[in-house]
Design a protein. Sequence first.
Length: 332
Amino acid sequence: MLLKNQSITGHQIREQNLLTLRRALHKEQVATISCLKELTGLSVVTINKLIMSLLETGEITQGELVSTSGGRPAASFRYNATHKLMLIISCYQRAGNDYACYSVHDLFGECIERREELLSKIHTDEFRIGIERVLDLYSKVAIIGISMPSDTIGGRVASALRHDPRSKRLAQHLQKRFNVPVFFETDINAATLGCHARYPNHHYVSGVVLVPGRAPACGFCYQGSLLRGKDGMAGEIRYFPMYNDMGVLPVDPLQADELAQRTIRAVMCVLNPSLMVVYTETLKSGIAERMKKRFSSEAEIAFMPKIEINSKIRDDIVSGMIILCLEKLAKL
């Protein structure tokens, strides 16, 4: 029994060392043994053994010789970004229509192919043809991430976005069908995580979708991790009392601006983020300045975070989905 436990412990240590080395190689892209020793704290003997394993699996390739100060040229090793690929499916609305964007990315996040398709309805069956087409072209796709606005869907897909037990069954169903791990995420959660990647010095980031005629949504990211809440429903600000059970931002410009300001102030006071990104294409510019003029106390001024008005949510969504894909691949 002792030998068995020692074997398990040894395997776990090796896997942890391998994960540490992978992260260092992914970050540096090209590195020598001495560089990896400095970055990881692992011994040269351990690194050499793990390097041989990574070369055999094709995760890294032999690089060029690198000159060193006062010594022989050292071998370098290059991280193979196309060893595995990621398929990201982003669903969104434009001009009243539903679209799905299929994009294939390497492990550095670089886009290899991008294709947009019109959806008749947002449903898992709608993705089947698109996913099969991508997998036929790119056999190295190792994970599929699907993001979509939670206010446009219901049923099984909505359950998947809530990360509840039913969502696990749906993900398992798709995984069995395509033999590739699948996960779901809301667009605002993915966008908030992508925003944090743009502003890594802001430890607490809040993303808010405020589009007239649509339900508002909010995401929270603390030190690079999403805060989902008990049932994965954190950020359902459509249920704020100020929305009077309507659950959508008014279409009227003045009413929309008024409710948007109140929503931002509520999120600001409850969560106290250092950065808030408001994703919108139609609200009047200068909303932060108009809010400041209405503050009646120094406390509200102190609560005021940096506010960014952003009309390109899809860029942050894809960035966030890449981060989530890489995190999940590291655990496989």
